[in-house]
Design a protein around this ligand. Structure first.
Ligand code: ZN
Length: 282
């Protein structure tokens, strides 16, 4: 029996976009405390009322008050492999600090805490004990490497027009970042723009592939649209209509339905809306 397979070849990883990119395109983004004179005084930097954060441990429900930079060591340990170069760890520390401060200042999702330890909700955090268990060897020197990345960037945050930005971050943007407009709608976050992120194809998780039988495909579509219909004999039964500025699928027609690339991404659990589709006969 002939079987049709629909291959959704996916070209990215991370479900969105968002860049914290330190390029000349973002002239208004600056490291707030980036000049060398301040760098020399960095140990004396005072976060004022933001020096302590309230961290919610999601497994126990307990809220812990913790020094901001102490907290960040555990965040960087959870968010980035320790084998990455020092400069990368420093950038991660700066972005995580900015993200955390934004949550404290603007209020996050939690009533009694500024932030939680769940990466799916706020920002990943791992205890030193758990991290050591995973590393197994050279734990002290690895921990020190991360501590150094945090302490050497102490006080550094990213601002836009004098205000701390909402510093989303990702592990791989698939080579191009996206504007929030195409993901969440609205005109928020003017500092997040489409930029090319060269070299990401050299890392794992740059792309992935999802393959489905015709029946599986139809069943997933029907869960979203109960009146969904498709005529597989038609050459243009699936047609991408246009792309976003971030080179993702903007609108696509599938059978009798037209939808955004983000919707397709959600229906088929794709890593992003930067995908191509291939219908193969077998
Ligand atoms: Zn949270």
């Amino acid at each position: 029996m002939k079987k049709y397979f629909l291959y959704i070849a996916l070209v990215i990883l991370l479900f969105i976009l968002i860049p914290i990119i330190f390029t000349s395109r973002f002239e208004r983004i600056k490291l707030a405390i980036a000049d060398e004179k301040i760098e020399e005084k960095i140990d004396k930097f005072d976060y004022g009322k933001y020096s302590t954060i309230k961290l919610l441990h999601t497994d126990t429900g307990k809220v812990e008050k913790i020094d901001l930079d102490e907290y960040l060591v555990n965040v960087v340990a959870a968010e980035m492999p320790v084998k990455y170069k020092e400069e990368a760890l420093k950038v991660q520390a700066t972005v995580a600090r900015t993200y955390t401060l934004y949550k404290i200042i603007n209020g996050g999702k939690h009533k009694n805490a500024d932030i939680c330890d769940d990466s799916g909700c706020c920002q990943a955090w791992i205890s030193k004990k758990d991290r050591y268990k995973y590393w197994k060897t050279d734990c002290e020197s690895k921990w020190k490497k991360i501590q150094k990345a945090v302490s050497s960037t102490k006080g550094k945050i990213i601002t836009y027009k004098g205000k701390v930005i909402n510093a989303f971050f990702h592990s791989n943007s698939g080579g191009f970042t996206e504007k929030p407009l195409y993901v969440w709608g609205g005109e928020g976050y003017p500092y997040l723009q489409c930029v090319e992120t060269e070299g990401e194809d050299g890392y794992s998780e740059y792309s992935s592939e999802v393959s489905l039988s015709k029946e599986e495909f139809t069943s997933k579509m029907k869960k979203k649209y109960s009146d969904f219909k498709i005529d597989w004999k038609k050459e243009d039964c699936i047609k991408i209509k246009d792309y976003t500025e971030g080179e993702r699928v903007n609108n696509i027609k599938i059978g009798n339905k037209t939808m955004t690339g983000v919707i397709v991404r959600n229906i088929f659990s794709l890593k992003s809306a930067r995908f191509s589709i291939e219908i193969r006969k077998r």
